[in-house]
Design a binder for this molecule. Sequence first.
Ligand code: MTE
Ligand code: HPA
Ligand code: MOS
Length: 754
Amino acid sequence: MKNIDSYTHLRGESLFVDDIITRQDTLYGLVFDSPKAHGIIKNINFAKAEAVEGVIKIFTYKDIKGENQIGGIIPDEPLLAENEVHFQGQPIAFIVAKTEAIAKKVRALIEIEIEELPVITTAREAKEKGSFISAPRSFNLGNTESAFAKCKYVFTGNAFSNGQEHLYLETQGAYAIPMENGNIKITSSTQGPTSVQRIAAQVLGVAMHKIEVDVIRLGGGFGGKEDQATPWAVMAAVAVQHLKKPVKFVLNRHDDLRMTGKRHPYDSTFKIGLDENLKILAYDVEFLQNSGAAADLSPAIAERTLFHATNSYFIPNVSSTVHSCKTNLPPNTAFRGFGGPQGMFVIESAIALAAHKLGIDKHIIQERNLIREGDEFPYGQIATKVEMENTWHTAIAKFQYEKLEEKVARFNKENPILKKGISLMPITFGISFTNTPMNHARALVHIYQDGSVGVSTGAVEMGQSVNTKILQVAYKTLGISPKKVKLETTNTTRVANTSPTAASATADLNGKAALKACKALKERLTGVASGMLQVNKKAITFKKDKVFVNGETTKLTWEEIVSQAMLERVALSENAHYKTPVIYFDKTKEKGHPFAYHVYGTAITEVTVDCLRGTYEIDAVNIVHDFGKSINLGVDIGQVEGALTQGIGWMTMEEIAYDKNGSLLSNSLSSYKVPDIFAAAKKVSVVPLETKGTKMAIKKSKAVGEPPLMYGIGTYFAIQQAVKAFNAKYNVKFHSPFTPEKVLMSLYEESSEA
Ligand code: MTE
Ligand code: HPA
Ligand code: MOS
C-alpha cells in the first residue's frame, strides 16, 4: 500500500498548520528574540514599537498567568526571558499584530540594552569552566584498567561530530483559537501533542482539560518538533488567553533556523585496546555533548549515546561517560538517532584509527568484533535474535565486496587524480524509549453504523507513513477493505497522555494499541455474526467486507453485521492500551533491559574523490537491512533512503557554524546545504534481510525510522580511505562533516606526526 497521503500531497491538497482556513478575526504572532548570546537585560523600550498602527499587544514574561517554564526534563527554560538571556535567538517578547507584516515592523522598533556576559560556544570550553546541564552519566562493563594492561595495541584519539539542522520543509507553527469558558484549541505542528497541552496548561495556569491540541500532520519533524514545537504553540495560547481572539504563529525560515536547537555537536576522546588477534578488549570513551543553553531533551539524548557507544560490537570492557555541557547556543534537541549516531561515530573513529596505525583495512577489525547471540551490551541487556553478522556477511556476498575492493585498488592505481574509497558500516540500534515509562500508547477505534471506521491513536504522521501502517493493521484485523478505514487527526481529547511520536517506536506502540482495539471489536462482531448465522464463533472469519464460515463465503456482509450490532446495542467503539512488556532499566546501577529489540544492518559505501578539487561523489550505497517481516516494504525502503541521505548530509556537507559570539553563521539556505539530487548517492540498493522477525514489533515489522541514518557514517570513512589513497602524509582525523574544503586540506596536508 502506498502512503495514504501521496495523492493529496502530490496535488498540494494535504493540510498543514499554515493551510487551515483562519477565522476572520485572527491575529498574527512574531517573536522578538535576544540579539546577544549571554547577558543581563538592562532595559527594553517598547514605546516606538507599541505606537505602530495595527499592533495589538507585546507580551513579556510579566503577562504569564501560570509558570514561565517550559523545560520538559529539567525546569530550566523560561518561555520568555526574564532578566537574563542565554542564547542568541532566545524569545524575549511575543508580538501580536493584525498582520505578519505589521508584526515585523514592530519587531524592528523594539530597543533593547543588554549588559554582555562571557559566551561559551563549545562543549570543551564549557567542561573546562564547569558549565553543565546535569550530572555526568557512565555505563561500564568489565574492567577497562586491567584490560588495557593486557592489550597488545592501545590507541587514543579524538572525534568531533557537528550539529545538524532539521530543515523540516514545514517550519514550526501553531494556530490557537478561543473556545467557550476559557478553553483553547491549539492546532500545532508537533510530535508531542501532550507536551504542548501540558506545558500550555502550566504556563497559562489552567487545567490540562482546558487545552485541546490537534495535529493534522507534519511537513517533517525529524526530532525537531519533539520538544521544540511547544514554545510557539504556548505563546499563541498565552495571547489567546489575554485577547480572546485566534492567534496564528508560523515561523519564517530565518527565525526558525536562528531560534531552534539542532542535533548536538559532540567532542569526544577515546582509548581503544586490542589483542594480537585484533579483538577489541577495552574501550574507554568520554563524550562532551554541546547541550546549548537549557536541558531540553539533552539528558535523554546523552543516555542514548551511552546505549550506542559500542555500536555493533561486543567489547568485554567498556567505560563510557557523557557530560551534558551547557553553552550559549540554542538548546540542542532530538534529531533522528537521538544521540546514537554521535556515539557510533566515535567507536567507528576509534576502529579506523587502530586500523590506520596497524596498516590494515578497517573492516578486518570491525568483522572480528561484531556482536553475537548472548553477548552483553554495556548496559546489561543480553543480545538475542542477533542479526548483525547475518547482515554483514549477506552484504559482503550480495554486493561482492571482494570484487569491489579489487575494482577500487585497480581504479586508484590507474587514476592519479580521482581516488575511490569504500567502507563497511554496521548498525545496531535499540528500539524503545530509553525511559521505560514512556513506552505506552492508546488507540480509540469507532465503527460507525454504516460500517466505516475511524481510528485515533497518539501517533503523529510526519511523512514516515505511520498512518498508512496503522490503517493496514486496522483493515486487515477487521477484515474490511482499506477504504472503509480513516486515520483521524492526533488529538489530545480523543487520545490522552501520549508519548511523543519518536524513538522510531510509534508504529509499534500505537499500532499494537490499534491492533488490540480492532481485535476486541472483531470479537464482538463475530458474536453478532454467530447469532445471525447460527454457527459457532470459531468458524467465522471476516475478509474484504464479507463473512466466511469455515473458509466458505456467505451472503452476509460487514455492513449487515454492523447494522445488526446496532439493533442489539453492541458497543461499536473500543479504547485499547498497550505497553511494551519485558523492558526495564535501573538507573542506580545503569543496567537493565531497556530495548524491546534491536535493528541491525550493514551498508557498503563507495565514493570517488576528485583530488584536484576536494569534491566527491557517492557512487553507491548497498545495504542489507533487517526489517523483520516488513508490513510495507515500499514505505520502509523509503525510510532507509531518506535516513541514509540525512546521515550522509550530516557526515559530509551540512555544516552548522556559530561565531565566537554565539551568532549562527549558517543562518540561511544559501549557507546551510543539505543533500540535493546531485549530492545524494547515485545508487542506493536496499536488500531486506530474511529473518523471522520479532513479536515485540508490530506484526513482526521492525521499527525503521531512525536506524538507517547511521549508514551515512560509512561515507565519512569511505572518503577518508580515498584521501589516504592520494596522500600518504594525511594525518587521519575524525572531524565531521568532511566537507569538500576539509577534504581538499587533507589531500595536500603533510602529517605533523613523526
Ligand atoms: N520520516 C519522515 N518522512 N519525516 C520525519 O520527520 N522523522 C524520523 C523518522 N522518519 C521523520 C521520518 C524520526 S526522528 C523518527 S523518531 C521516526 O520517523 C518517528 O516515526 P516512527 O516512530 O513512526 O518511526
Ligand atoms: N528516543 C527518542 N525520543 C525520546 C527518547 C528516546 O529514547 N526518550 C525521550 N524522548
Ligand atoms: Mo525522533 S529523533 O526520536 O523524533
